[in-house]
Design a protein around this ligand. Sequence first.
Ligand code: IMP
Ligand code: MG
Length: 173
Amino acid sequence: MPADEILIAEADIQSRLSELAAEINEALPEGPVHVVMILKGAIIFGVDLARALMRNTTLGFLTASSYGEGTQSSGKVEIDARHLGDLEGRNVLLIDDILDTGHTFAKTIDILKSKRPASLRTCVLMDKPARRETEIQADHVGFTIDNHFVVGYGLDCDEAFRTLPDIRIYAPE
Ligand code: IMP
Ligand code: MG
């Protein structure tokens, strides 16, 4: 298997998730929160985190494609915001799987801000700072990792491995 090496175990993801939920709850204003996740990579983390908040939560979705095939970025980001929901005057939490070059997050944040939310906080499961090409940072980061291409817990390589319960290093055979 090209994804045998576990980088972050399932139990470690789950315990960090509880810490993140507490951290985010502290930072968010009281009341309902609109959770926006970037498909498809954030879907598993995003839903787990949204549930761990134990709040009155609504969900919105964006689709972003920056990686073409395999592990190489295509360089351009395409965003579909049709299922974002209404953000105006609401407290919004944006969730993504991984912050890599930062282009996806930067473009997404611009779109969300243009919808005039009352507040906006951002969270990523993983951060790969070595790859950053923008000034972007997330308010809440689950794990800072070295420059590996990783799969599992929502993250894919050519659509495979998303449903693994842990995060693994992808090493082509
Ligand atoms: P960015 O625009 O370069 O920051 O890319 C962000 C998107 O690329 C993430 O939302 C992921 O979908 C994808 N991506 C970046 N690094 C990885 C990785 O190591 N494994 C799988 N997908 C990744
Ligand atoms: Mg992806």
